[in-house]
Design a binder for this molecule. Structure first.
Ligand code: FAD
Ligand code: NAP
Ligand code: SF4
Length: 675
C-alpha cells in the first residue's frame, strides 16, 4: 500500500480558493529563540521543514508592536526594514517548495516586560509585572499595529499570518472577564468583548487583501476560571468566519491554566473532540492540535471528521522529514516527539535556544551537520542507552563501521525502565526509532554480553556509553531486607508493600512515586482520554465555563501510602521547568506525602527513622526505596587505559550529575559528527 493511500486524508491538498496547500499538515508556531538570534538560522530551520513536506509552516510569535512582545527586545514586525529581514526566511521556504505564515502576536499581560498593555490592569498570576489598562488611544494604536505588522508580513513574502488569539494572550484576554473588566464598548457583554479581536481580523484583512491566508488561533477551551463558555466560543468562531478568516486553528488552555495540555502525560489527540464541535459550527477549514505526533493519529483525526487539518509543532522539531516519511509509508522511521518539553519549551522558558531531546540538530541546522566520512573507521561503542544509540546511529550514517555492545539483551539502557512509568509511554517510540535506524545504517549489534577491555582491543576507536550505577548511601540499616533500590522496583519487579518511603525526590524518585501510586490494572490517564479528563476536572460535555468551572476531579486512589523525601528544603517538583508542576499536582492528587528538609537517621524493623528540624519521627513503612542519584559507570576505562587504548566517554559514563537523555543523545550525536 502506498503512503498516499495509507494517509489519504492527511496528505490530501487543501484548496483555499486563491491558493492551495499541498497537504493537511500545519507546522504549529513555536518560539525557538532563533527569532532573536539570526534570520539565516531561522531560514535554514524553516527551509529544512519545507523540504520535509509540511503543508503550511507558521513561524514563532512575532510581535505586532513593541509593547506586544514576549520580553524586551522580542522579535517584531514594525518596519519595512523588519520586512526585508524576514524575506530571507520566506525566500528560503519558497525555494524549498513550502508555504509559510507569520504568527502575529500581542502578548498583552503575558509578557516579561514592564511596558505591557492589557484590556484591564489585572496581573497574570505567572508573569512578573502588572499590565497597564489600555486607553482608547492604546486600543486604536494597537489595532493599527496589527494591520501594519500583517501588511509588512505580506510585503516580506509570507503566504499568510496566524493571528494569535489563544493561550491567554491579548485577544484571548479581551474575550474573557478574567482579563477584561472594561465598561466601555470593548468590555462588558460578550458582544463587546468580541469586538477587539474581530476588529483585529478586519484590520488585517483590509491591510492584506483577499488573497492572503489568515489563520486564527482560537482558544476553544480556556481551562481557567472566568474563561469563555463553549457557546461563546462557537458564537465567536462563526463571527471569525464572517470577518474573513480562512482557517481556524485550535488553542487549548491559557499559560496560567493548572491543567497539562501538551506534556507527555496528556493522551494523544486529547482535545480533538473539542475541535470537532467548532468544525461542526463553521464552513471554513478547522485544524486540530495538541499531542498529535504520528501520522496514524493525524490521519484518524481527519478521517473521522474531527478536523480538516492537523497542527503539529514539536513533532517538526523532532523530525523535519515527518511528512515525507508519512508519504513514503515509513512511519517506523519517524523520530517521534515524546512531548517531554525538555529541550524545547523548557529552554524557551529559561530564555535559551530551543532544540529537541531526540533530535539535537533541531535549531542547529547550520552547526550540527552529519557529513559522510572519507576515512571510515571501525568503532566499538559499549552501552546501548540513549548516548550509545545516538552515537552509533550518526557514526554509522556517516559511513563508519560501528559495533554496538550491551550487556542487556535489548537496546535502550535506562529508557527501558523509564518507559514503564505511567505517562512516559512515548519513550517506546524512541526505542522503536533507534531500533529501526541502527538496522537501516548497518550498525552491528552485540547484545546480551558484558564486554571487557579485551573484547575491544581490535577497534580503531572505543566509545564508552556505559551509563551509571546508583549512588551508594551511608545510612545505618541500609542492608535491612525492607530496603530496595529503584532498580529492584522498576527493573526487577520486586514486591513492594502497602506503605513505602522513597529516599530522594529527583527525577527518578518522582517517577517511582508515580509508578507506585498507580494501579497496574487500570489504564493510566496518559493512555485514556476520558480518564485524563476526569483526573484533571475537564468537562467532556463542554457545559462548564472555561471547560472546568464547577467540575470535580475524580482520581483513582493510590494502591499504597507513599512518602517522598528529600534533604533540601525546596518544594518537591519533577525536574522539568514546564512539567515539574504537573508531577507535583499528580502526586498530590494521589495523596503522596511530600517531605522536605529531611535527615535520615537509620532503617530498622520499625521503619525509616528521620528528623525534620529538631523533630524526630519514624515512618512505619514496609519498604524504603533508594532513589538518591547516580555515579558514572567507568568500569572498563582502567583496563582500556592499561592496554594503551584511548577512549571517549559519553552520557552517564562521562558525567552523571544532572544527566538526562537530552544530554546523552546530544553528546553522542556531537561526538559522532566529528569522529
Ligand atoms: P544508560 O541509559 O544508563 O545506558 C548504559 C548502557 O550501558 C546500559 O544499557 C548498560 O547495560 C550498558 N553497559 C554498561 N556496562 C556495560 C558493559 N561492560 N558491557 C556492555 N554493556 C554495558 N531522562 C530524561 O531525559 N527524561 C526523562 O523523562 C527520564 N526519565 C527517566 C525515568 C527513569 C525511571 C529513569 C531510570 C531514567 C530516566 N531518565 C530520563 C534518565 C535517562 O534515561 C538517562 O539519563 C539516560 O538513559 C542516560 O543514557 P546513557 O546512554 O548515558 O546510559
Ligand atoms: P537526581 O535528580 O540527582 O536526584 C537525586 C535525589 O537524591 C535528590 O532528591 C537528592 O536530594 C537525593 N540525594 C542525593 N544524594 C543523597 C544522599 N547522599 N543521601 C540521601 N539523598 C540524596 O537523580 P535521580 O533521581 O537518580 O535521576 C537521575 C538523572 O535522571 C537525573 O539527572 C534526572 O534529571 C534524570 N531524570 C530525568 C527525568 C525527567 O523527567 N526529566 C526523570 C527521571 C530522571 P537531597 O540531596 O535534597 O536529598
Ligand atoms: Fe518533543 Fe521533547 Fe523534542 Fe520538545 S524536546 S520536540 S517535547 S521530543
Amino acid at each position: 500500500m502506498s503512503g498516499q493511500q495509507k494517509y489519504s486524508h492527511l496528505l490530501q491538498p487543501l484548496d483555499l480558493g486563491f491558493t492551495q496547500l499541498r497537504n493537511r499538515v500545519i507546522m504549529g508556531s513555536m518560539h525557538t529563540g532563533l527569532e532573536e538570534v539570526s534570520m539565516e538560522r531561522q531560514a535554514a530551520f524553516f527551509a529544512r521543514r519545507a523540504e520535509g513536506g509540511v503543508g503550511l509552516i507558521i513561524t514563532g510569535g512575532i510581535a505586532t508592536s513593541p509593547e506586544g512582545g514576549l520580553a524586551p527586545g522580542s522579535s517584531g514586525m514594525f518596519s519595512e526594514k523588519d520586512a526585508e529581514h524576514h524575506s530571507i526566511i520566506t525566500r528560503a521556504v519558497h525555494e524549498a517548495g513550502g508555504k509559510i505564515a507569520m504568527q502575529a502576536l500581542h502578548a498583552g499581560r503575558q509578557s516579561f516586560h514592564p511596558l505591557m498593555l492589557a484590556p484591564s490592569a489585572k496581573q497574570s498570576p505567572i508573569y512578573p509585572f502588572p499590565p497597564k489598562a489600555m486607553t482608547e488611544e492604546d486600543v486604536e494604536r494597537e489595532l493599527y499595529n496589527w494591520g501594519n505588522a500583517c501588511h509588512l508580513a505580506q510585503q516580506a513574502g509570507y503566504d499568510g499570518v496566524e493571528i494569535m488569539g489563544s493561550e491567554g494572550y491579548l485577544l484571548n484576554q479581551f474575550l474573557t472577564t478574567r482579563g477584561n473588566e472594561r465598561d466601555d464598548e470593548w468590555g462588558g457583554s460578550y458582544e463587546n468583548r468580541m469586538r477587539y479581536p474581530l476588529e483585529v481580523v478586519r484590520r488585517v484583512r483590509a491591510a492584506t487583501g483577499p488573497n492572503f491566508i489568515i489563520v486564527y488561533r482560537l482558544s476553544m477551551m480556556d481551562l481557567v476560571p472566568d474563561g469563555q463558555s463553549f457557546d461563546e466560543v462557537i458564537t465567536f468562531a462563526k463571527r471569525l468566519e464572517q470577518a474573513g478568516v480562512n482557517i481556524i486553528n485550535t488553542g487549548i488552555g491559557w499559560h496560567e491554566a493548572k491543567i497539562p495540555t501538551i506534556a507527555t502525560m496528556v493522551p494523544r489527540a486529547a482535545f480533538a473532540w473539542v475541535t470537532r464541535k467548532v468544525k461542526e459550527a463553521v464552513n471554513i477549514p478547522v485544524s486540530a492540535s495538541n499531542r498529535i505526533n504520528m501520522p496514524s493519529v493525524a490521519e484518524d483525526i481527519i478521517a473521522r471528521g474531527d478536523a480538516d487539518m492537523v497542527s503539529m509543532a514539536r513533532p517538526m522539531l523532532a523530525d523535519p522529514d515527518w511528512v515525507k516519511k508519512a508519504e513514503a509509508d515509513l512511519e517506523q522511521e519517524i523520530n517521534t516527539c515524546i512531548a517531554c518539553n525538555q529541550a524545547c519549551l523548557d529552554h524557551t522558558f529559561q530564555l535559551r535556544l530551543s532544540s529537541c531531546l531526540v533530535n539535537p540538530q533541531a535549531c542547529y541546522e547550520t552547526e550540527l551537520v552529519y557529513v559522510k566520512t572519507d576515512k571510515p573507521k571501525s568503532i566499538a561503542i559499549v552501552g546501548a542507552g540513549p548516548a550509545g544509540m545516538s552515537f552509533a546511529t550518526v557514526a554509522a550514517q556517516r559511513g563508519h563501521a560501528v559495533t554496538l555492545f550491551d550487556a542487556d539483551t535489548k537496546i535502550g539502557g535506562q529508557f527501558n525502565i523509564a518507559k514503564q512509568i505511567p505517562g512516559k509511554e512515548e519513550f517506546h517510540e524512541t526505542l522503536r526509532y533507534y531500533d529501526v535506524m541502527l538496522k537501516k545504517h548497518g550498525v552491528k549489534l552485540s547484545l546480551g554480553k558484558r564486554v571487557d577491555a579485551h573484547d575491544l582491543a581490535a577497534f580503531d576507536e572505543v566509545v564508552l556509553a556505559t551509563g551509571i550505577v546508583p549512588r551508594h548511601l551511608d545510612i545505618e540499616g541500609l542492608d535491612h531486607p525492607k530496603v530496595l533500590s529503584y532498580l529492584d522496583v522498576l527493573r526487577d519487579k520486586k514486591v513492594v508493600g502497602k506503605k513505602v518511603a522513597i529516599v530522594g525526590a529527583g527525577g527518578i524518585g518522582v517517577d517511582t512515586a508515580e509508578y507506585l501510586t498507580h494501579d497496574p490494572h487500570h489504564k493510566p490517564a496518559s493512555l485514556d482520554i476520558p480518564t485524563f479528563l476526569k483526573e484533571w476536572g475537564i468537562d467532556p460535555e463542554l457545559k462548564a465555563r472555561g471547560g472546568i468551572e464547577g467540575v470535580q476531579e475524580q482520581v483513582d486512589p493510590s494502591p499504597r501510602e507513599v512518602y517522598l523525601l528529600q534533604r533540601k528544603t525546596k518544594k518537591i517538583t519533577g525536574p522539568g521547568k514546564t512539567t515539574g508542576w504537573i508531577h507535583r499536582e499528580a502526586l498530590l492528587k494521589k495523596k503522596v506525602n511530600l517531605m522536605t528538609g529531611v535527615s535520615y537517621r537509620k532503617i530498622d524493623d520499625a521503619g525509616l527513622h528521620i528528623s525534620i528540624g529538631d523533630k524526630n519521627m519514624v515512618l512505619n513503612v514496609d519498604n524504603v526505596i533508594i532513589c538518591a542519584g547516580q555515579e558514572p559507570n567507568r568500569e572498563l576505562q582502567e583496563g582500556l587505559a592499561s592496554m594503551g587504548k584511548h577512549v571517549h566517554l559519553i552520557g552517564g559514563a562521562d558525567f552523571a550529575a544532572e544527566l538526562d537523555a537530552k544530554r546523552a543523545i546530544d553528546q553522542g550525536a556531537r561526538l559522532a559528527a566529528g569522529i
